[in-house]
Design a protein around this ligand. Structure first.
Ligand code: GRF
Length: 229
């Protein structure tokens, strides 16, 4: 491992496209990190096969049949620590983490979610967004706490909701932004100064005004103001 690269574990349960986007960002020098472990709780996850084919260190720790949540998390922690990971990126990891697990990696666990939190936490969020008639949706990278998609927000990207959208077309539009956002958000946390005040992640030195909210930007939006496409 290169000294200046932060070791990261990525936890998945399925397809793994966000894991791949993170991996690509490390390879293209857009993210000063190295993926030292890809761990799945689902043995058949497509993402774990992809990680193997990329030659990355992988682990499968099945949650089904693992007994208690604590027993499963103990195995997961052990693998993460053995890999030397300093950060954990949840990328479609379909398990809620206990308060104990979160505390053991305090402010070092991120998740990506396909809505503009705090709207639409949980599952089936694109359909929920369509059912509510929202005109804008997007994705959020946030710190993980013991709640459901509820930790402090690191960054967001927005997309328009179009009149002909169904859940699949909206999910695909959001996913393209997810693949950019996750690496951007983690990069900021690795290279910039930041702190958490209340529910807010503030970037920049503590004694100056935060650079978080730029004129014309949604607070937390990591991108330049964009025209809908
Ligand atoms: C993504 O939409 C992510 O936001 C959500 O689960 C999905 C995982 O997709 N948490 P993938 O496995 O990364 O392709």
């Amino acid at each position: 491992m290169t000294a200046s690269k932060t070791p990261v574990a990525v936890l998945i349960s399925g397809r793994g496209s966000n894991f791949e986007a993170l991996h690509r960002a490390t390879r293209e020098q857009r993210l000063p990190a190295e993926i030292v472990l890809v761990l799945s709780n689902v043995p058949s996850a497509a993402g774990i096969e992809r990680a193997r084919s990329l030659g990355l260190p992988t682990a499968v720790v099945p949650s089904r049949g693992a007994g208690s949540r604590a027993a499963h998390e103990a195995l997961v922690s052990e693998r993460i620590e053995r890999a030397g990971a300093e950060w954990i990126c949840l990328a479609g990891y379909m398990r809620l983490l206990s308060a104990e697990f979160v505390a053991a990696f305090e402010n070092r666990i991120l998740n990506i979610h396909p809505s503009l939190l705090p709207s639409f936490p949980g599952l089936d969020v694109q359909q929920a967004a369509l059912d509510h008639g929202v005109r804008v949706s997007g994705c959020t990278v946030h710190f993980v706490d013991a709640g459901l998609d509820s930790g402090p927000i690191v960054g967001q990207r927005s997309v328009p909701v179009r009149s002909g959208d169904d859940a699949a077309s909206l999910a695909a539009r959001i996913l393209r932004e997810e693949h950019q956002l996750y690496a951007e958000a983690l990069r900021r946390l690795l290279v910039e100064e930041w702190r958490i005040e209340g529910r807010r992640v503030l970037f920049g030195p503590a004694h100056t005004e935060s650079r978080e909210a730029q004129p014309g930007q949604v607070p937390g939006d990591l991108t330049e103001p964009r025209t809908p496409h």
